[in-house]
Design a protein around this ligand. Sequence first.
Ligand code: NAD
Ligand code: AHE
Ligand code: ZN
Ligand code: ZN
Length: 368
Amino acid sequence: MKTRAAVAFEAGKPLEVTEVDLEGPRAEEVLVEVKATGVCHTDAFTLSGSDPEGLFPSVLGHEGAGVVVETGPDVKHLKPGDHVIPLYTPECRECKLCLNPKTNLCQKIRGTQGQGLMPDGTSRFSLDGKPLHHYMGCSTFSNYTVLPEISLAKIREDAPFDKVCYIGCGVTTGIGAVVFTAKMEAGATVAVFGLGGIGLNVIQGARMVGAERIIGVDINPEKKALAEKFGMTDFVNPKEVDNVTQTIVEMTDGGVDYSFECIGNVSVMRQALECAHKGWGQSIIIGVAGAGEEISTRPFQLVTGRSWRGSAFGGARGRSDVPRIVDWYMDGKINIDDLITHTMPLDKINDAFDLMHEGKSIRSVITY
Ligand code: NAD
Ligand code: AHE
Ligand code: ZN
Ligand code: ZN
């Protein structure tokens, strides 16, 4: 079939919206009509050329919601008409990692997914007879896309696509990092570095579990008001203090119980670790850093009881946890609407990237 898609032909160049060819689903695969997709900083990161796994030409996008149109042979759990959220972290429920309760990082198809291919090693997308790469197993910047069945969470049918698409990455990443990765306790003291589409969800997750003090850190003071609405109690602008780490340590009588880096800046990752409390403070890296970047600190920081951790997709197991997070939204327990600052058609997708780079949006959502 033909479908409209925004194609990333080259690193650092705007996406081009064009008609591409899409082959139907093969065994254990599903054809999905994407109804809406968010634009995440990670899409911009890959488009910039900084992603060691970035491939071109490709169909980016990994934060979608849509409807099953057709199922291939041997699909067991989905049928046409089902509402779904694509998962860049699948959940096969049978690989070594799925069987270990300590992780959500299903590895069943990670090899081919990282090569921009379906599990059988081929692509369903092409243009003028030449294959286009899939992206993060999702490619939601296409009106129709094909995914493995294990990469789809079935969700309730009354959930609005243009809001719950954000659960496909940002919402789950931020709230999940608090709930599933940190398993944060009520009364905790928290620092959140970067108040964008991820950091604000960390803040609402921390408030949800009853954190007592939530310090937000951002170089853009325009993020302060919305962060306060989501539960931030204190704001630090790194441009207005001599030393961010020292400032937070002094504000909190020795440091925070949990810190979260939601930017992808390795210097900030160090600040986040070093403002964690001696003896027990945990620092969780969410931000994605570019090719060649490395983190550093004095080992003494770890010797004295701080720990450095990471979180992908908020530690969530998509097929099990995403439907629950959709329920949290539908029950009014979490706020998604106020974080979606812009909605636009696919033709305007490059505006979404511009707004992100200018610091003017939290989340832009494309509706098909
Ligand atoms: P965003 O652009 O919406 O937000 C980033 C925020 O950081 C902005 O508010 C910006 O002003 C602020 N900032 C930039 N430099 C700063 C500095 N030096 N000090 C303090 N604040 C600074 O991005 P986002 O969509 O929230 O994504 C954040 C990061 O998380 C990205 O690296 C993205 O790739 C990554 N991410 C990771 C996962 C995961 O599973 N681990 C999932 C989604 C996104
Ligand atoms: N491909 C990059 C790393 C990108 C990355 O870390 N991706 C996160 C999700 S970001 C979503 O917005 C992730 O889930 N990582 C785990 C995984 O298996 O990809 C690189 O550095 O090579
Ligand atoms: Zn993302
Ligand atoms: Zn698995």
